[in-house]
Every structure is written in structure tokens, then in C-alpha cells.
Design a protein around this ligand. Structure first.
Ligand SMILES: Nc1nc2c(ncn2[C@@H]2O[C@H](COP(=O)(O)OP(=O)(O)OP(=O)(O)O)[C@@H](O)[C@H]2O)c(=O)[nH]1
Ligand SMILES: C=C(OP(=O)(O)O)C(=O)O
Length: 216
């Protein structure tokens, strides 16, 4: 099964500005509630993953801090000036032992056992090598891992799959559809609903069909 020694970093932008491409996706649902629900389901799945010792949320948002702490995450503020890669780098520097995984907070269908399989594959790879998992389209990144003592060196952003490969990280090849299913635009939410949404997002998305709530 692999050791329970991973720290998973989950960055959550201030909810009023996060996930702007999803604004207005669900009628009558405040945007911040949707952005938070995506993060809650991501964090709940990571917490339920057998390999994960700790989930460290990085955020400057007070509401996200309260809600994600309630799910058992530790929380630390963004570095001054924020920025996704700067925030992941700060998070990685706070981890004193064990391997580190950087996970985006927009994975509402994520199943703990798929994350477990990806972390096991990362741990079984060649020593000292950073690994990553691309998103469903194959251009972005949902997960970047670094063994203990190896800096994360995150290259998230546009075309991050290429950027991570060029930086020496090696792509992991498993199927893991719920891990790869990030939600950036409205059609992604419908695709995630087909896989089965976590309970926080499902509660907001009842009119998307078919919606299945998944209890982690
Ligand atoms: N803490 C923190 N998280 C960030 C920051 N920028 C992006 N994120 C998070 O990183 C993840 C992936 O980022 P994107 O999908 O590009 O999210 P986004 O910038 O909120 O979305 P768009 O506005 O639609 O581009 C999401 O979970 C964001 O909440 C940042 O500066 N600080
Ligand atoms: C931050 C990223 O992108 P997205 O906008 O797909 O979450 C990424 O894929 O590196």
C-alpha cells in the first residue's frame, strides 16, 4: 500500500477571485460557494487517501480556512504577492519530512484510491525524480510530486505539462480519470458529474444530470 508519509499541498485562491472561468455556471449558486465546494471535495478526498499523512492548504481566504480546517487540513497563508507556483514553493519548504505532492483544488470527482494509486506510482519510480499527472486534455497538470529532500520546482500555468517535462519531471501514466478531471470551465463540471461528484459540489449541482454524490 505504501507508507502513509505524504504531505499534500492544496492551494486555494481567494474565493471571490478564484475559478473565474466558472462564474455563473450554476444558476442561483454564489460563485464563492462553488469555488469552495470544489476545494472541499478535493481536500476531503486527499484526507481520505491512505498514503496521506497531512493536507496543507495554502490560502489567504478566511472562509476557506475555516471550512477546510474543519475537514482536517492544516492551513498556511500564501507568500506575499501570492502566485500559484510561489505558493506551492512556500508550501513545499514548510514540509520537514516525507515526500510532497502539489495538487490543484479543482478536482471535485477525485476518489481517494486514485490519488493513492498515483502516489504509489510516484514513490515506486526512480529515486530523486519529480513526477506529475496531466489533466484530462493532457496540457495541464493536476499533481506534481517530489521525493523527500527534492525541491518541488513547480511550473503550473499554461502548458504546464510541457513545462514540467522540460524541467526534468516525468509524467505518470496511469488512467486515474477522477484525478485528471480538473474543472476549469462549465463543461468540465458536467464531465466531473458523470464521474461522480464529491458531496460538497454535488449538493450545489443537483440539476446537472446525472449527479451522483460520492462519500469519501
Ligand atoms: N493559494 C493560491 N492558490 C492559487 C493561486 N492561483 C491559483 N490558485 C489555485 O490553483 C488551482 C489551479 O488554478 P486555476 O485553475 O488556474 O485557478 P484560478 O486561477 O482560480 O482559475 P481561473 O480564474 O478560471 O483561471 C486552483 O485550485 C486555484 O484556487 C494563488 O495565487 N494562490
Ligand atoms: C494551473 C494549471 O491549470 P488549470 O487552469 O487547468 O487549473 C495547470 O494546469 O498547470
Amino acid at each position: 500500500m505504501g507508507e502513509q508519509n505524504w504531505t499534500v499541498l492544496v492551494p486555494v485562491k481567494r474565493l471571490d477571485v478564484a475559478k473565474s472561468r466558472l462564474r455563473g455556471t450554476l444558476d442561483d449558486v454564489p460563485h464563492q460557494a462553488l469555488a469552495l465546494a470544489l476545494a472541499q471535495d478535493t481536500v476531503a478526498a486527499a484526507r481520505a487517501c491512505p498514503q496521506v499523512a497531512a493536507v496543507l492548504v495554502l490560502t489567504d481566504d478566511a472562509e476557506a480556512t475555516e471550512a477546510l480546517s474543519a475537514l482536517g487540513a492544516q492551513v498556511h497563508a500564501d507568500p506575499p504577492g501570492g502566485g500559484l507556483n510561489e505558493t506551492f514553493t512556500l508550501g513545499g519548504s514548510l514540509v520537514t519530512d516525507g515526500p510532497v505532492a502539489a495538487l490543484t483544488a479543482d478536482l471535485p470527482a477525485l476518489r481517494p484510491l486514485e490519488l493513492a494509486a498515483a502516489l504509489r506510482a510516484a514513490a515506486d519510480g526512480p529515486a530523486g525524480v519529480r513526477r506529475f499527472v496531466t489533466d484530462t486534455p493532457g496540457t495541464g497538470t493536476v499533481l506534481l510530486t517530489a521525493p523527500e529532500g527534492v525541491p518541488l520546482e513547480p511550473r503550473f500555468g499554461e502548458d504546464s505539462a510541457t513545462a514540467h517535462a522540460e524541467s526534468g519531471a516525468v509524467a505518470l501514466a496511469g488512467p486515474w480519470p477522477t484525478l485528471r478531471r480538473d474543472v476549469d470551465v462549465p463543461a468540465d463540471l458536467a464531465a466531473a458529474a458523470v464521474l461522480g461528484l464529491g458531496r460538497h459540489t454535488a449538493a450545489l449541482a443537483r440539476r446537472l444530470a446525472p449527479v451522483r454524490a460520492v462519500d469519501h
